[in-house]
Design a protein around this ligand. Structure first.
Ligand SMILES: [Zn+2]
Length: 379
């Protein structure tokens, strides 16, 4: 009996895009879906009410590594799990911690059974193993858990990428075995997704995906993208992997992308994405609108009475002018981050809704054509 199931409701006849429903113990999610990132069990600048009620977010992502370092999985479990701790009623996906261990921590040592790493906060040494990261994520109570993977930097040699990919597959088997044992006695439902690695080598990506098929998991992720490679390469790696993965399971591309790239990933068969871009860029003054980007500090917005995005229904665009947002940004006011984040997340969610609608109404190829034409004009 699966706890997380996926239903395809419409498929584009010309691309690999599909619209679906992802059923989780904390609600059903319409796909393709963008998941806002709540690194520290909070999407910076937004309340859970903003997210669940105003923005209608059905699933968000939290970071295993960050919450493990502080406040710790034992405390979160003691407080009733992550949903209760952060007062979040909908689904939660937690990443494996692999990406953070390999990108944030100073010292790290990979061995066959896991990775020893140094906390970026206090320098303490910790170990993640395939089994321990499952236990940590079960302590959080995540609806969707990710397996521990090795996320190699870019570029690496084919030889190293193969060795690393094979380790990721081994870890995925160990994690999956442990997860299944834990599920035999678990009163709550969860899903575990393995992660396809293989750096920027299509042959390794395909080999990895094929090896992970044996695990027969509820979904599959593609990781190791957005690590500094040229952007077209991330799309190429997705394309190389996608047709190996089963069509009846959700596919999740980790850590992508820019607004114009979202439909490109969907066109390549991706159902789930997450990225810190909308929230981080919002705080840095970089806003995504239906008419292109707005860099709010520019002097031209100083006395601009128009809303940030005239086509957006978010609270920020309904209530405030660009001039006011620019003023808040220049003054370093907290409200700026609140309003800007709310808009940027809404923009991403609107794009995903538009994509889903286009797939269901059989007009996705036209939608894609428009996005491509608009982004080549912007360049
Ligand atoms: Zn808006």
């Amino acid at each position: 009996m699966r706890s997380v199931t996926f239903e395809v409701v419409a498929e584009c006849p010309h691309t690999r895009a599909r619209a679906g429903l992802l059923h989780t113990p904390h609600g059903t999610i319409e796909t393709p879906v963008f998941m806002p990132v709540g690194t520290q069990a909070t999407v910076k600048g937004l309340t859970q009410r903003d997210l669940a009620e105003d923005l209608d977010v059905k699933i968000l992502l939290a970071n295993t590594y960050h919450l493990f370092i502080r406040p710790g999985h034992e405390l979160i479990q003691k407080m009733g799990g992550l949903h209760r701790f952060m007062s979040w009623p909908n689904a939660i996906l937690t990443d494996s911690g692999g990406f953070q261990v390999f990108s944030l921590s100073g010292l790290r040592k990979i061995h066959e059974h896991g990775v020893v790493f140094q906390s970026h906060l206090d320098g303490d040494l910790h170990t993640f193993t395939p089994e321990s990261t499952v236990d940590v994520q079960l302590a959080y109570g995540s609806d969707i858990l990710m397996v521990l993977d090795e996320c190699p930097e870019y570029p690496v040699s084919h030889e190293y990428a193969r060795e690393s990919m094979q380790r990721t597959v081994r870890w995925a088997r160990e994690a999956n075995d442990h997860f299944r044992r834990r599920m035999e006695t678990s009163p709550t439902g969860h899903a575990l997704f393995p992660i396809v690695q293989g750096s920027m080598f299509p042959d390794l990506r395909r080999e990895c995906a094929r090896a992970l098929l044996d695990l027969d998991t509820d979904g599959y992720a593609i990781g190791g993208l957005s690590v500094g490679e040229p952007r077209p390469m991330s799309l190429e790696m997705t394309e190389a992997t996608e047709d190996v993965l089963p069509r009846d399971r959700p596919r999740y591309d980790m850590g992508v992308g820019m607004p114009a790239e979202l439909p490109e990933y969907v066109a390549r068969g991706i159902d789930m994405m997450d990225c810190v871009l909308p929230s981080r860029n919002a705080r840095n003054g970089y806003l995504f609108t239906s008419e292109g980007r707005v860099i709010i500090k520019h002097a031209r917005y100083r006395d601009d009475e128009r809303p940030l995005d005239p086509n957006c229904q978010c609270y920020t665009c309904q209530r405030y002018s660009r001039a006011y947002l620019r003023h808040l940004f220049q003054a370093g006011e907290i409200l700026y981050a609140v309003l800007a984040t709310r808009h940027n997340i809404r923009r991403y969610l609107d794009i995903m809704r538009g994509i889903r609608h286009a797939i269901i109404s059989n007009s996705f190829p036209d939608y894609l054509k428009c996005v491509r034409a608009a982004s080549s004009e912007a360049v």
